[in-house]
Design a protein around this ligand. Structure first.
Ligand code: ADP
Ligand code: MG
Length: 387
């Protein structure tokens, strides 16, 4: 049995021949009026999601992720702005005419129907022929690896299997886009990780645009082509997993995604593309300056550096090629594949360094040791003026 790719086939071309974005939000705002008070959940979102993309909205609880999804699905109307699907303005179009399907954390399967009936629900309601329904449901159950479970009720399935039924039930309708709101949130860690890989495979096979909501940064990094990091109804940063992880553009992104070290120092010197900061006695940090960021000598600049980029040793690194900071080890935590060292630096900030346990099972330093931290300047990432 084959699963037809339906992105591309149905993509309407823009006048210049290129496919329009699958989903576009233009200046979208949403204010709820609840018990006499206004709550603005989404504050001016501009976003374009490409055909066939696996796109994630990542942010803490309450930042507006579900609201954004409900706006795209048509369950809520924006207070301002426009929503376009495949280049067509759907701002006033009801949910059942939008060609997008939503999958929720709670699955929302029909408990009294078996697996086959649950998946057949959409095509049946649209009046598809019996034969066609059987074919389509069969193909979907094969896609989500549930062939042979047709007669089971949802209560007779594991959480992961129920989630796969929910997925099949949405995809059988051949939506142009699938919206997944914390779809793996109810699963335990092991199952969640297995389902992350599954979801990605399914998305690749069907080629449908997936918009996925999560507050779990690991999940977003693992599955997404691109991630929008959301905070308080706004997008803080948008980029590939590598971009948002390696180059967090704001303090919020740096703190929310992974462990990150925030350092600040006085600018000693500025060249065309970098600044050199003084950091305590003998400490020195070189930072590439990305476009749009201007600093002058004497100002304070804030930067991030990821823990796995930092080396640690008893001696000062040679020459000026590396960033270098002095400190005292305050904590050593063995973590299996790596060891985490916390170091109190000369200016008071704590820096965490992760070192792979690849070559040695021994600790490089112990609590109380005076050490040097060093890293390649390209792993320093300037955030902006320190306040
Ligand atoms: P998330 O999915 O990121 O947790 P939501 O979009 O659910 O965030 O909520 C964003 C904000 O909007 C929150 O402050 C929430 O309390 C508020 N909100 C969500 N839905 C409603 C509603 N129907 N009425 C009033 N306020 C709401
Ligand atoms: Mg939510």
């Amino acid at each position: 049995m084959t699963v037809t790719r339906h992105s591309g086939v149905r993509a309407d071309a823009a006048p210049d021949g290129s496919a329009p974005p699958a989903i576009e939000l233009v200046g979208v705002r949403k204010t709820y009026r609840a018990r006499g008070a206004d709550v603005t959940a989404v504050r001016g979102l501009d976003l374009a999601i490409a055909q066939g993309e696996f796109f994630s909205l990542l942010g803490p609880s309450g930042c507006g992720k579900t609201t954004t999804m409900r706006l795209v699905a048509g369950f809520e109307a924006p207070t301002a702005g426009a929503i376009r699907l495949q280049g067509r303005d759907v701002t006033g179009v009801p949910a059942d005419r939008r060609d997008v399907n939503m999958v929720f954390q709670s699955y929302a399967l029909f408990p009294h129907m078996n697996v086959f009936e649950n998946v057949a629900f959409g095509p049946r309601r649209r009046g598809a022929a019996k034969r066609e329904i059987a074919d389509r449901v069969g193909a979907m159950l094969e896609l989500v690896d549930l062939t042979g479970r047709e007669r089971r009720r949802p209560a007779e399935l594991s959480g992961g299997q129920q989630q796969r039924v929910a997925l099949a039930r949405a995809l059988v309708n051949r939506p142009r886009a699938l919206l997944l709101d914390e779809p793996l949130g109810a699963l335990d860690l092991k199952l969640r990780q297995a389902m992350q890989v599954e979801l990605k495979r399914i998305q690749r096979e069907v080629g449908v645009t997936f918009v996925h909501v999560t507050h779990d940064q690991g999940e977003a990094l693992t599955m997404s082509d691109r991630i929008a990091v959301m905070n308080e109804g706004r997008i803080e940063q948008l980029g590939t997993p590598r971009e948002v992880y390696e180059h967090p553009a704001t303090r919020f992104t740096a703190g929310f995604i992974g462990t990150s070290n925030l350092l600040s120092g006085e600018v000693a010197e500025v060249t065309a593309d970098r600044a050199v900061l003084r950091y305590g006695p003998a400490g020195r940090i070189s930072v590439p300056l990305r476009s749009g960021l201007t600093v002058a000598a004497g100002e304070r600049l804030e930067l991030t550096v990821r823990p796995e980029k930092i080396g640690i040793g008893p001696d000062a690194p040679d020459g000026d090629a590396l960033c270098r900071v002095r400190g005292t080890v305050t904590e050593v935590v063995y973590q299996g594949t790596s060891t985490s060292y916390s170091v109190a630096t000369a200016t008071g900030a704590d820096v965490v360094a992760f070192l792979q346990n690849a070559t040695s099972a021994d600790e490089i330093a112990v609590r109380g040791d005076a050490v040097w931290l060093s890293w390649d300047p390209r792993h320093s990432y300037a955030i902006g003026a320190a306040t």
